[in-house]
Write a protein that binds this ligand. Structure first.
Ligand code: UT7
Length: 314
Protein backbone atom coordinates (compact mmCIF):
# COMPACT_ATOMS: atom_id res chain seq x y z
CA UNK A 1 0.00 0.00 0.00
CA UNK A 2 1.31 3.49 -0.87
CA UNK A 3 2.47 5.45 2.15
CA UNK A 4 2.01 9.20 2.63
CA UNK A 5 3.44 11.72 5.09
CA UNK A 6 1.21 13.62 7.51
CA UNK A 7 1.94 16.07 10.31
CA UNK A 8 0.61 14.53 13.52
CA UNK A 9 1.98 16.97 16.10
CA UNK A 10 3.55 20.42 16.39
CA UNK A 11 5.47 22.13 19.17
CA UNK A 12 7.63 25.16 19.78
CA UNK A 13 9.72 26.92 22.39
CA UNK A 14 11.03 30.46 22.80
CA UNK A 15 13.67 31.47 25.33
CA UNK A 16 12.19 33.86 27.93
CA UNK A 17 14.57 36.81 27.41
CA UNK A 18 13.04 39.56 25.24
CA UNK A 19 14.89 42.34 23.42
CA UNK A 20 12.53 45.10 22.25
CA UNK A 21 13.17 47.64 19.50
CA UNK A 22 13.29 50.35 22.20
CA UNK A 23 16.19 48.51 23.85
CA UNK A 24 18.04 48.35 20.52
CA UNK A 25 17.51 52.13 20.12
CA UNK A 26 19.80 52.60 23.12
CA UNK A 27 22.81 50.88 21.55
CA UNK A 28 22.27 51.29 17.79
CA UNK A 29 21.62 54.19 15.42
CA UNK A 30 18.08 52.97 14.76
CA UNK A 31 14.50 53.53 15.88
CA UNK A 32 11.44 51.49 16.75
CA UNK A 33 9.66 53.38 13.95
CA UNK A 34 12.27 52.36 11.32
CA UNK A 35 12.40 48.72 12.41
CA UNK A 36 8.62 48.35 12.64
CA UNK A 37 7.99 50.16 9.36
CA UNK A 38 10.68 48.36 7.34
CA UNK A 39 10.40 44.87 8.80
CA UNK A 40 7.26 44.45 10.96
CA UNK A 41 9.41 43.33 13.91
CA UNK A 42 8.76 44.78 17.40
CA UNK A 43 10.73 42.41 19.60
CA UNK A 44 12.68 39.17 19.51
CA UNK A 45 13.69 36.44 21.98
CA UNK A 46 17.35 35.68 22.66
CA UNK A 47 19.06 32.94 24.62
CA UNK A 48 20.64 33.71 27.97
CA UNK A 49 22.88 30.67 28.31
CA UNK A 50 20.50 28.17 26.66
CA UNK A 51 21.86 26.11 23.76
CA UNK A 52 20.31 25.27 20.39
CA UNK A 53 19.75 21.75 21.77
CA UNK A 54 18.00 23.14 24.89
CA UNK A 55 15.48 24.98 22.70
CA UNK A 56 15.08 21.97 20.39
CA UNK A 57 14.44 19.68 23.36
CA UNK A 58 11.61 21.80 24.78
CA UNK A 59 9.96 22.18 21.36
CA UNK A 60 10.33 18.44 20.69
CA UNK A 61 8.78 17.40 24.03
CA UNK A 62 5.71 19.51 23.28
CA UNK A 63 5.52 18.03 19.77
CA UNK A 64 5.65 14.41 20.96
CA UNK A 65 2.96 15.18 23.51
CA UNK A 66 0.63 16.51 20.83
CA UNK A 67 1.43 13.63 18.45
CA UNK A 68 0.80 11.25 21.35
CA UNK A 69 3.95 9.23 20.73
CA UNK A 70 6.84 8.33 23.02
CA UNK A 71 10.47 9.17 22.21
CA UNK A 72 11.10 5.45 21.74
CA UNK A 73 8.67 5.48 18.79
CA UNK A 74 10.68 8.06 16.80
CA UNK A 75 12.46 6.39 13.86
CA UNK A 76 14.56 9.38 12.73
CA UNK A 77 15.43 12.90 13.94
CA UNK A 78 16.29 15.63 11.44
CA UNK A 79 17.37 18.91 13.05
CA UNK A 80 17.58 21.94 10.78
CA UNK A 81 20.03 24.46 12.20
CA UNK A 82 22.62 26.99 11.13
CA UNK A 83 23.74 27.48 14.71
CA UNK A 84 24.68 24.01 15.98
CA UNK A 85 26.06 23.82 19.50
CA UNK A 86 29.30 22.30 18.24
CA UNK A 87 30.92 21.76 14.85
CA UNK A 88 30.50 18.11 15.78
CA UNK A 89 28.80 16.00 16.95
CA UNK A 90 25.51 16.94 15.32
CA UNK A 91 23.10 18.80 17.62
CA UNK A 92 20.51 16.22 16.47
CA UNK A 93 22.44 13.44 18.23
CA UNK A 94 22.56 15.51 21.44
CA UNK A 95 18.79 15.89 21.14
CA UNK A 96 18.38 12.15 20.48
CA UNK A 97 20.18 11.28 23.70
CA UNK A 98 18.45 13.93 25.83
CA UNK A 99 14.93 13.12 24.64
CA UNK A 100 15.54 9.40 25.09
CA UNK A 101 15.15 8.27 21.49
CA UNK A 102 16.97 5.33 19.96
CA UNK A 103 17.16 6.23 16.27
CA UNK A 104 19.42 7.82 13.64
CA UNK A 105 19.73 11.60 13.97
CA UNK A 106 21.38 14.20 11.78
CA UNK A 107 21.60 17.96 11.30
CA UNK A 108 20.59 19.63 8.06
CA UNK A 109 21.84 23.08 7.10
CA UNK A 110 19.93 25.22 4.62
CA UNK A 111 19.83 28.37 6.81
CA UNK A 112 16.35 29.97 6.78
CA UNK A 113 15.09 27.32 4.34
CA UNK A 114 16.32 24.57 6.67
CA UNK A 115 12.92 23.46 7.94
CA UNK A 116 11.51 23.23 4.40
CA UNK A 117 14.51 21.12 3.34
CA UNK A 118 14.22 18.94 6.47
CA UNK A 119 10.48 18.36 6.02
CA UNK A 120 11.00 17.44 2.37
CA UNK A 121 13.77 15.00 3.37
CA UNK A 122 11.60 13.40 6.07
CA UNK A 123 8.78 13.05 3.51
CA UNK A 124 11.03 10.85 1.31
CA UNK A 125 11.82 8.43 4.15
CA UNK A 126 8.13 8.07 4.99
CA UNK A 127 6.76 7.81 1.46
CA UNK A 128 9.38 5.16 0.65
CA UNK A 129 8.24 3.10 3.63
CA UNK A 130 11.58 3.32 5.45
CA UNK A 131 10.33 5.07 8.59
CA UNK A 132 6.99 5.58 10.33
CA UNK A 133 7.61 8.59 12.61
CA UNK A 134 10.17 11.33 11.91
CA UNK A 135 10.81 14.20 14.32
CA UNK A 136 11.64 17.28 12.23
CA UNK A 137 13.02 20.23 14.21
CA UNK A 138 14.16 23.76 13.37
CA UNK A 139 16.21 25.27 16.20
CA UNK A 140 18.38 28.37 16.09
CA UNK A 141 20.40 30.65 18.35
CA UNK A 142 21.26 33.30 15.75
CA UNK A 143 21.92 35.81 18.54
CA UNK A 144 25.30 34.06 18.95
CA UNK A 145 26.42 34.90 15.39
CA UNK A 146 25.06 38.46 15.24
CA UNK A 147 27.30 41.50 15.51
CA UNK A 148 25.14 43.45 17.94
CA UNK A 149 26.80 46.69 16.71
CA UNK A 150 25.61 46.12 13.12
CA UNK A 151 22.19 47.72 12.74
CA UNK A 152 21.61 46.07 9.36
CA UNK A 153 21.40 42.60 10.96
CA UNK A 154 21.01 43.01 14.75
CA UNK A 155 17.43 44.26 14.40
CA UNK A 156 16.27 41.26 12.38
CA UNK A 157 17.08 37.98 14.05
CA UNK A 158 15.80 36.09 17.09
CA UNK A 159 16.23 32.69 18.75
CA UNK A 160 13.71 29.85 19.05
CA UNK A 161 12.72 26.34 18.06
CA UNK A 162 9.78 24.63 16.40
CA UNK A 163 9.13 21.02 15.49
CA UNK A 164 6.69 18.60 13.92
CA UNK A 165 6.21 14.86 13.96
CA UNK A 166 5.75 13.59 10.42
CA UNK A 167 4.08 10.19 10.39
CA UNK A 168 3.17 7.54 7.86
CA UNK A 169 -0.49 7.59 6.83
CA UNK A 170 -2.68 6.18 4.10
CA UNK A 171 -3.86 9.66 3.04
CA UNK A 172 -1.57 12.45 1.86
CA UNK A 173 -0.68 15.24 4.27
CA UNK A 174 2.20 16.54 2.19
CA UNK A 175 0.72 16.90 -1.29
CA UNK A 176 3.52 18.74 -3.07
CA UNK A 177 7.05 19.76 -2.21
CA UNK A 178 9.89 21.47 -4.02
CA UNK A 179 13.37 22.62 -3.01
CA UNK A 180 15.92 24.65 -4.99
CA UNK A 181 19.36 26.19 -4.52
CA UNK A 182 21.51 28.72 -6.34
CA UNK A 183 24.94 28.92 -4.76
CA UNK A 184 26.16 31.92 -6.72
CA UNK A 185 25.09 34.49 -4.12
CA UNK A 186 27.61 33.74 -1.38
CA UNK A 187 28.45 37.33 -0.45
CA UNK A 188 24.80 38.51 -0.30
CA UNK A 189 24.24 36.76 3.00
CA UNK A 190 26.89 34.82 4.87
CA UNK A 191 28.95 34.51 8.04
CA UNK A 192 32.09 36.48 7.33
CA UNK A 193 34.85 34.29 8.79
CA UNK A 194 37.46 32.75 6.49
CA UNK A 195 38.33 29.81 8.70
CA UNK A 196 36.09 27.60 10.77
CA UNK A 197 37.92 28.48 14.01
CA UNK A 198 37.78 32.24 13.38
CA UNK A 199 34.98 34.35 14.88
CA UNK A 200 32.50 35.42 12.22
CA UNK A 201 29.23 37.32 12.13
CA UNK A 202 26.23 37.50 9.83
CA UNK A 203 26.85 39.93 6.97
CA UNK A 204 24.04 40.79 4.57
CA UNK A 205 23.21 42.96 1.57
CA UNK A 206 19.63 43.37 2.76
CA UNK A 207 18.33 44.95 -0.40
CA UNK A 208 19.71 42.23 -2.67
CA UNK A 209 18.34 39.48 -0.40
CA UNK A 210 14.98 41.25 -0.31
CA UNK A 211 14.58 41.28 -4.11
CA UNK A 212 15.61 37.64 -4.55
CA UNK A 213 13.37 36.55 -1.66
CA UNK A 214 10.29 38.19 -3.18
CA UNK A 215 11.05 36.79 -6.63
CA UNK A 216 11.76 33.19 -5.61
CA UNK A 217 9.07 32.92 -2.94
CA UNK A 218 6.40 34.34 -5.26
CA UNK A 219 7.55 31.90 -7.98
CA UNK A 220 7.40 28.89 -5.65
CA UNK A 221 3.97 29.91 -4.33
CA UNK A 222 2.68 30.14 -7.90
CA UNK A 223 4.26 26.80 -8.77
CA UNK A 224 2.67 25.08 -5.76
CA UNK A 225 -0.78 26.38 -6.72
CA UNK A 226 -0.30 25.43 -10.38
CA UNK A 227 1.05 21.93 -9.70
CA UNK A 228 -1.66 21.26 -7.09
CA UNK A 229 -4.45 22.56 -9.34
CA UNK A 230 -5.52 25.03 -6.67
CA UNK A 231 -6.46 28.69 -6.66
CA UNK A 232 -5.33 31.00 -3.85
CA UNK A 233 -8.91 31.03 -2.53
CA UNK A 234 -8.58 27.29 -1.80
CA UNK A 235 -5.55 27.84 0.46
CA UNK A 236 -6.59 27.96 4.13
CA UNK A 237 -3.33 29.47 5.43
CA UNK A 238 0.05 30.52 4.17
CA UNK A 239 2.77 29.84 6.76
CA UNK A 240 5.81 31.65 5.37
CA UNK A 241 9.34 32.09 6.66
CA UNK A 242 9.17 35.16 8.88
CA UNK A 243 11.86 37.56 7.62
CA UNK A 244 10.11 40.77 6.67
CA UNK A 245 6.44 41.77 6.57
CA UNK A 246 7.00 43.55 3.26
CA UNK A 247 8.36 40.38 1.62
CA UNK A 248 5.37 38.37 2.89
CA UNK A 249 2.86 41.02 1.80
CA UNK A 250 4.39 41.17 -1.71
CA UNK A 251 4.09 37.37 -2.11
CA UNK A 252 0.50 37.27 -0.83
CA UNK A 253 -0.41 40.09 -3.24
CA UNK A 254 1.25 38.33 -6.19
CA UNK A 255 -0.81 35.14 -5.68
CA UNK A 256 -3.98 36.99 -4.64
CA UNK A 257 -4.09 35.73 -1.06
CA UNK A 258 -5.56 38.11 1.55
CA UNK A 259 -3.22 38.90 4.47
CA UNK A 260 -5.97 37.62 6.81
CA UNK A 261 -4.98 34.12 5.61
CA UNK A 262 -1.28 34.53 6.45
CA UNK A 263 0.17 33.34 9.76
CA UNK A 264 2.45 36.10 11.09
CA UNK A 265 4.71 35.80 14.11
CA UNK A 266 7.58 38.06 13.14
CA UNK A 267 6.28 41.00 15.20
CA UNK A 268 7.23 39.16 18.40
CA UNK A 269 9.67 36.49 17.16
CA UNK A 270 11.80 38.35 14.57
CA UNK A 271 13.53 36.13 12.02
CA UNK A 272 14.34 32.83 13.75
CA UNK A 273 15.81 31.27 10.58
CA UNK A 274 15.06 27.50 10.38
CA UNK A 275 12.75 27.75 13.39
CA UNK A 276 10.41 30.41 12.01
CA UNK A 277 8.04 28.20 9.98
CA UNK A 278 7.48 25.43 12.59
CA UNK A 279 7.15 28.15 15.26
CA UNK A 280 4.45 29.95 13.26
CA UNK A 281 2.75 26.66 12.45
CA UNK A 282 2.62 25.63 16.10
CA UNK A 283 1.32 29.03 17.25
CA UNK A 284 -1.58 28.84 14.77
CA UNK A 285 -2.35 25.16 15.51
CA UNK A 286 -2.48 25.83 19.24
CA UNK A 287 -4.57 29.01 19.01
CA UNK A 288 -7.09 27.09 16.86
CA UNK A 289 -6.66 28.95 13.57
CA UNK A 290 -5.20 25.92 11.76
CA UNK A 291 -7.62 22.99 11.85
CA UNK A 292 -7.57 19.40 10.60
CA UNK A 293 -8.07 19.30 6.84
CA UNK A 294 -6.80 22.88 6.26
CA UNK A 295 -4.65 23.39 3.18
CA UNK A 296 -1.37 25.04 4.14
CA UNK A 297 1.20 26.69 1.92
CA UNK A 298 4.60 26.58 3.64
CA UNK A 299 7.58 28.34 2.07
CA UNK A 300 10.94 29.84 2.92
CA UNK A 301 14.24 31.10 1.57
CA UNK A 302 17.67 31.43 3.12
CA UNK A 303 21.30 32.15 2.37
CA UNK A 304 22.92 30.22 -0.42
CA UNK A 305 20.39 30.90 -1.74
CA UNK A 306 18.23 27.89 -0.93
CA UNK A 307 14.45 28.01 -1.06
CA UNK A 308 11.41 25.81 -1.28
CA UNK A 309 7.83 25.20 -0.35
CA UNK A 310 5.19 22.58 0.38
CA UNK A 311 1.46 22.15 0.08
CA UNK A 312 0.32 20.41 3.25
CA UNK A 313 -3.11 19.18 4.26
CA UNK A 314 -3.03 19.48 8.02
O1 UT7 B 1 15.87 35.09 6.23
C1 UT7 B 1 16.29 35.47 4.95
C2 UT7 B 1 17.30 36.51 5.05
N1 UT7 B 1 16.95 37.84 5.30
C3 UT7 B 1 16.00 38.57 4.69
O2 UT7 B 1 15.09 38.11 4.06
C4 UT7 B 1 16.14 40.05 4.83
C5 UT7 B 1 15.82 40.74 3.52
N2 UT7 B 1 16.02 42.18 3.58
C6 UT7 B 1 15.29 43.01 4.32
O3 UT7 B 1 14.43 42.58 5.08
C7 UT7 B 1 15.50 44.48 4.17
O4 UT7 B 1 16.35 44.71 3.04
C8 UT7 B 1 16.12 45.16 5.43
C9 UT7 B 1 15.05 45.23 6.51
C10 UT7 B 1 17.31 44.40 5.91
C11 UT7 B 1 16.50 46.59 5.07
O5 UT7 B 1 15.39 47.32 4.59
P1 UT7 B 1 15.52 48.16 3.26
O6 UT7 B 1 14.22 48.83 3.05
O7 UT7 B 1 16.00 47.24 2.18
O8 UT7 B 1 16.59 49.25 3.67
P2 UT7 B 1 17.97 49.61 2.96
O9 UT7 B 1 18.98 48.57 3.28
O10 UT7 B 1 17.72 49.98 1.52
O11 UT7 B 1 18.34 50.91 3.75
C12 UT7 B 1 17.53 52.12 3.65
C13 UT7 B 1 18.14 53.15 4.57
C14 UT7 B 1 19.64 53.31 4.40
O12 UT7 B 1 19.95 54.68 4.61
P3 UT7 B 1 20.15 55.70 3.36
O13 UT7 B 1 21.29 55.08 2.57
O14 UT7 B 1 18.86 55.68 2.63
O15 UT7 B 1 20.47 56.98 4.03
C15 UT7 B 1 20.23 52.50 5.52
O16 UT7 B 1 21.50 52.96 5.91
O17 UT7 B 1 17.95 52.77 5.93
C16 UT7 B 1 19.21 52.73 6.62
N3 UT7 B 1 19.18 51.66 7.61
C17 UT7 B 1 18.70 51.82 8.85
N4 UT7 B 1 18.19 52.89 9.48
C18 UT7 B 1 17.79 52.72 10.75
C19 UT7 B 1 19.56 50.37 7.46
N5 UT7 B 1 19.34 49.70 8.59
C20 UT7 B 1 18.81 50.57 9.47
C21 UT7 B 1 18.37 50.45 10.79
N6 UT7 B 1 17.86 51.54 11.40
N7 UT7 B 1 18.42 49.30 11.49
Amino acid sequence: MKRFARITGTGSYLPPKIITNSELEKTLDTSDEWITGRTGIKERRVVDGESTCDLALEASKRTLEMAEIRASEIDLIILATTTPDKIFPATATMLQSRIGANCPAFDLQAVCAGFIFALTTAQQYIENGVYKNVLVVGSETFSRIIDWNDRSTAILFGDGAGAVVLSSDNTAGIKYSKISSDGSYLSSLHVNNNYINEIGYVEMSGNEVYKIAVKQLANIAEEILRESNLTASEISWMVPHQANIRIITAIAKRIGLPMSKVILTLETHGNTSAASIPLALDVAVRDGRIKKGDKLLLEGIGAGFSWGGLLVEY
